[in-house]
Design a protein around this ligand. Structure first.
Ligand code: SAM
Length: 498
């Protein structure tokens, strides 16, 4: 019997897995599982020399609105770097469709490529300024660089010598707002409010995300449809099987942000009706615009504080809240507010910062405070300059973090007005008395983690505590965390309302 693409992938046989996924996509370009599998390979693909097949597959991925442009951006960055002309020939670079697609659709996250792109931006600006009628290819490259600047929120150091005009869009926002910004302003005003924000920390967190909605995303990756409750019962067979009937699955997404996670849920969870709540109107408006761009109607966005969820007067069958509660003054009050609107048997998926995983960020926050760097674009650029030039060498490792590469991401990562960090022991007391039953940690969110249970922390737990089959005893996890550092990249876990 021949192995499936996913089985070949799991066995590390990437060339064969790639061939299997391509075969499926050739027959059915909308096959979500094959698209995800191929994108995961393109994400990891690294070569020393330019590779024609990979380039072709990357261009195909960029031509597919349902591909994961964030993931394939890693493979594209590698191809761009290994194929970069030695003499930085502008004509060659301007003729490269992969470079333009990458700049338009993926956020660059590579330090070496950033250096080249900054130099390229200068060369393109010079060419635009020198020519009376610049060629089409140069204009297209300038547009793509301007789009990249928009994605990274102008985080690259500025070149104030570039005058206003066609080249300026690669360096700073235009005085005339873009069409998407105008649309978001209109949408923001229409978003209903649960109640005015009165908590002081919520107010300053709201101000931060009004200025820098997180994250600014470009694509909605196609996902296979999933019955989320059945999938969770499969992953956590010790959960209570509660049937909510045939109506829509009412899903709450507290801290919905700019909607990437809620729209993924709305478009891939069978029968879901999603309610996204957030403090930031600008973030929600981004999500609303993206919902209409992707034709997703089973979602509503509400402005409000998690602390006020009970004022909705509604209950939910399922909730997901990732990267949010650790930004509240009292995360436990946030948890209790969410728990209070869940029906008995509802699942809650949570994601919290880990103390151990964020030691470098804690150092960065200390250095930022000591140097009095403000959380403005200038402050963020100054911080990056110190890290990338080696002036703050001990923070260099931050360039390995995915959130180093745009203003909203970096502000969230190192300049946040409020953050708590957890250990297993703190997760345990966090959940105690919340009316929520801990079901287990997730290390591979999105896929079925049991497929991955042969590796990593779950396997370690199973070997260390063989008689505890549910892998969900927090006292055991606490012990394992003491014995093995670096076990958790953060805490992603699922609970069930009792
Ligand atoms: C780091 S972002 C994460 C966004 C989204 N969950 C994601 O994973 O992409 C945190 C979001 O939580 C929201 N948030 C923080 N505290 C909140 C509160 N008390 N009530 C509602 N939203 C809150 C912020 O406005 C922000 O959009």
């Amino acid at each position: 019997m021949s192995l499936s693409g996913d089985e070949l992938f799991a066995a590390g046989r990437f060339d064969e897995a790639m061939a299997a996924y391509r075969q499926i996509l050739a027959k059915d370009p909308a096959d979500a599982a094959a698209r995800m599998g191929l994108d995961a390979i393109l994400e990891r693909a690294r070569t020393e020399q330019p590779n024609a097949l990979l380039r072709e597959l990357l261009l195909q991925a960029y031509a597919d609105d349902g591909a994961n442009w964030e993931a394939v951006g890693w493979g594209a960055a590698n191809q761009l770097l290994v194929g970069w002309p030695q003499d930085n020939d502008l004509a060659v670079l301007a003729a490269d469709p992969l470079l333009r697609e990458f700049l338009r659709k993926s956020l660059n996250r590579d330090a070496a490529l950033e250096r080249r792109l900054i130099a390229l931006r200068r060369a393109v600006a010079d060419a635009l300024l020198a020519a009376e009628a610049p060629g089409e290819a140069i204009v297209a490259l300038a547009d793509a660089l301007a789009e990249q600047a928009w994605h990274n929120e102008y985080i690259w150091s500025d070149d104030a010598t570039v005058p206003d005009g066609s080249a300026a869009a690669m360096f700073r926002p235009s005085a005339t707002p873009r069409a998407d910004v105008i649309e978001e302003r209109r949408l923001a005003a229409e978003i209903p409010e649960i109640a005015p924000i009165i908590d002081a920390v919520s107010q300053s967190v709201a101000a931060m995300y009004e200025a820098n909605p997180y994250p600014r995303w470009t694509h909605l990756a196609r996902r296979p449809t999933v019955d989320v409750r059945a999938a969770l019962l499969h992953d956590f067979p010790h959960a209570a099987p509660v049937d909510f009937g045939d109506g829509p699955l009412q899903v709450l997404m507290p801290g919905a942000g700019t909607g990437q996670h809620p729209l993924t849920v709305a478009s891939s969870y069978a029968g879901a009706q999603v309610t996204g709540v957030d403090l930031s109107r600008a973030s929600l408006a981004y999500g609303k615009r993206m919902a209409s761009r992707h034709g997703i109607a089973n979602i509503e966005f509400l402005r409000g504080d998690i602390l006020d969820l009970a004022k909705l007067g509604r209950t939910f069958d399922h909730a997901e809240c990732v990267g949010v509660l650790h930004h509240m003054a009292d995360p436990r009050a946030g948890l209790m507010a969410i728990s209070s609107v869940l029906r008995p048997g509802a699942f809650l998926r949570l994601g919290l910062y880990g103390e151990g995983a964020r030691t470098l960020v804690v150092r960065a926050r200390r250095d930022i405070e000591a140097a009095k760097l403000p959380a403005t674009l200038d402050g963020l650029r100054d911080f990056r300059r110190r890290v990338m030039t080696g002036q703050w060498r001990r923070l260099r490792g931050l360039t390995e973090w995915e959130d180093f590469w745009s203003a909203s991401l970096l502000r969230d990562l190192c300049f946040h007005v409020q953050e708590h960090r957890y250990t297993v022991s703190r997760v345990r007391s966090f959940l105690e008395g919340s009316g929520l039953n801990f079901l287990g940690f997730e290390f591979n969110v999105g896929a079925s983690q049991r497929a991955d249970a042969g590796a990593g922390p779950l396997a370690l737990y199973a070997a260390r505590f063989p008689s505890e089959r549910t892998l969900s005893d927090l006292a055991n996890w606490e012990q394992l965390e003491r014995e093995k550092s670096g076990l958790f990249p953060g805490y992603a876990f699922v609970c069930q309302k009792m």
